[in-house]
Design a protein around this ligand. Structure first.
Ligand SMILES: C[S@@+](CC[C@H](N)C(=O)[O-])C[C@H]1O[C@@H](n2cnc3c(N)ncnc32)[C@H](O)[C@@H]1O
Length: 263
């Protein structure tokens, strides 16, 4: 089974499947994996959202974390903005906002965070979250013909810029050379048994596995960034964050970070 051609012309010398509806939909099934539920719960515990706050959800996908921010505050959170590369997630957010009765207090923005967050003014969010997404900030240097970490570094600086003083950035990123099997084996059998549509769920899991192989191959070229925790900590510090801490989560296949913008 091979990956379908991407639905958009690649702007860089390689396809980016994250923009594709098929990829977006496959990853919506992640929310049926128990190990993923635990990651979301751990992220929200650390995020500890409060009434009236404005939150940014980077690489929000179908909105699992955005939903959690809303539900953890009993609908009193100020607003949640989800940003993602896949336009298909807009429909998902429309349904989410309707189901929650959130109106425009939960909304989606279609965009590529590799180009930074210029659309958001300085200090426009109290806090930010991100689930297994920011590693995909990409920059290709035409001069050297190589992928670099420039977009990743710039994104961390921009998250710092859009947070208010005291704001927290709580996010997960995969460990170097993650084992998708470790994630799948932990969860798959039970998740299939509990799925309302087991065949569709299994098909999406197979697709996620294919996209997972692509992600790991690209990470080896330096395009995507599955970095050791110490390297991510150094990048956060260089971006201006303080109080950086992390835990190993997600069947030991991800780090969960919390970093603060000093007051
Ligand atoms: C593994 S999924 C996680 C989705 C969601 N955070 C969750 O926890 O369910 C990674 C997400 O990052 C998004 N993404 C990847 N590259 C991106 C980019 N350059 N700009 C914005 N979003 C991006 C993908 O579209 C996808 O929704």
């Amino acid at each position: 089974m091979s990956l379908p051609p991407p639905s958009v012309a690649a702007r860089r010398p390689a396809a980016n499947y994250w923009a594709d509806t098929r990829c977006a939909k496959a990853f919506w099934s992640q929310s049926e994996l128990p190990v993923f539920h635990k990651l979301v719960a751990d992220t929200l515990d650390l995020a500890a959202p409060q009434a009236g706050e404005a939150w940014l959800d980077l690489g929000c996908g179908g909105g699992t974390l955005s939903r959690g921010l809303w539900e953890r505050t009993g609908g009193t959170v100020g607003r949640v903005v989800g940003l993602d590369y896949a336009a298909a997630n807009a429909d998902r957010y429309a349904v989410l906002a309707r189901d929650l009765g959130a109106g425009d207090r939960v909304r989606f923005e279609h965009g590529d965070f590799s180009g930074g967050l210029a659309r958001f003014p300085d200090a426009s969010f109290d806090h930010a979250v991100s689930g297994l997404s920011i590693s995909y900030a990409e920059h290709f240097d035409e001069g050297t013909g190589r992928w670099t970490q420039a977009a990743y570094d710039a994104l961390l600086k921009d998250v710092h810029r859009v947070l208010k003083p005291g704001g927290r950035f709580v996010f997960s990123v995969n460990v170097p050379d993650p084992s998708w099997w470790a994630v799948g084996l932990r969860s798959l059998v039970g998740a299939v048994a509990h799925s309302r549509r087991p065949l569709k769920f299994l098909k999406n899991c197979l697709r996620m596995n294919q996209y997972g192989a692509w992600l790991k191959a690209e990470a080896r070229t330096g395009r995507f960034h599955y970095l050791p925790a110490a390297e991510t900590t150094a990048k956060l510090t260089a971006a201006g964050f303080t109080g950086v801490r992390h835990a190993v989560v997600y069947a030991r296949q991800a780090f969960l970070f919390c970093a603060t913008k000093g007051g």
